[in-house]
Design a protein around this ligand. Structure first.
Ligand code: NAP
Length: 248
């Protein structure tokens, strides 16, 4: 018996990192998992194979989450292949860091489109399906910097704050239809996104974290599992910070 038996989940940007950990955790708990990635590369194929090896259905879809029409297309395809959608995790995200005075319009637009508009695209596409089912859990992958802000990440922090406002609004709007929406705000998590940071920057983060370490993708996936499953059936419109007490 898994916590997500019989449910179908979509996870965006799940070929690697936190998204991959969530897709695998959901599959271990009995969910069929459709996930997206910009292109189906070796990472995506490996994640797809790992999901299927767990005895559930897993399928990778190439889609640009920032593209409205592409999202409509891929959600329709997932519906055709899987028949229902119970859980949506808006995980796809990028950084294009820089001081505000040097930030280009392109850096701003890319981050807002990939991190925030993508979540609107997917929520807009899945909501009529969840509405008919009278059931759904939507999870937006925010960040602690969406709560507290961060120097040199104005575009990223704004997109992550937007994901919180979006989750809270959708929770209020779709709650009467038994659709929940929450945000997860991870702190410093050890993935390829953070691996590129110089050692002194990483040490700086650890010094600010009372647990004195970075988190793992699995530790974020455990919280996503809670929010996706019926364990959290009365939890909606909330932000769960997964950050080793960095933000309190
Ligand atoms: P990651 O390792 O860089 O993985 C990001 C994934 O998103 C990749 O699979 C990537 O695909 C995909 N992606 C990027 N742009 C996309 C697009 N336009 N459409 C579809 N997929 C796209 O990142 P991560 O560290 O796992 O982060 C996952 C999420 O958690 C992000 O939203 C991030 O902002 C958030 N987060 C991370 C941390 C952290 O410390 N790592 C902390 C707080 C929040 P490709 O493989 O094709 O590039």
């Amino acid at each position: 018996m898994g916590l997500l038996d019989g449910k179908v989940a979509i996870v965006t940007g799940a070929a690697r990192g936190i998204g991959r950990a969530i897709a695998l955790k959901f599959a271990q708990e009995g969910a069929d998992v459709a996930f997206t990635d910009l292109a189906i590369d070796d990472n995506a194929k490996a994640t797809e194979a790992e999901i299927n090896a767990l005895g559930v259905k897993g399928k990778a879809y190439a889609s640009n989450a920032a593209d409205y029409a592409d999202t409509e297309r891929v959600v329709a395809q997932i519906m055709e292949d899987f028949g229902r959608i119970d859980v949506l995790v808006n995980n796809a995200g990028i950084t294009r860091d820089g001081a505000i005075k040097r930030m280009t319009e392109q850096q701003w637009d890319m981050v807002i489109n990939v991190n925030l508009k993508s979540a609107f695209n997917f929520i807009h596409a899945v909501q009529p399906i969840m509405f008919k089912q009278k059931n759904g859990s939507i999870i937006n992958m925010s960040s602690v910097v969406g709560v507290s802000g961060n120097a040199n990440q104005a575009n990223y922090a704004a997109s992550k704050a937007g994901l919180i406002g979006l989750a809270k609004s959708v929770a209020q709007e779709l709650g009467p239809r038994n659709i929940r929406a929450n945000a997860i705000a991870p702190g410093f998590i050890l993935t390829e996104m953070t691996d590129v940071l110089p050692d002194n920057v990483k040490e700086g983060w650890y010094a600010q974290i009372p647990l004195r370490r970075g988190g793992t993708p699995e530790e974020v996936a455990n919280v996503a599992l809670f929010l996706a499953s019926d364990l959290s059936s009365f939890v909606s419109g909330q932000v769960l910070q997964v950050c080793g007490a960095m933000n309190t």
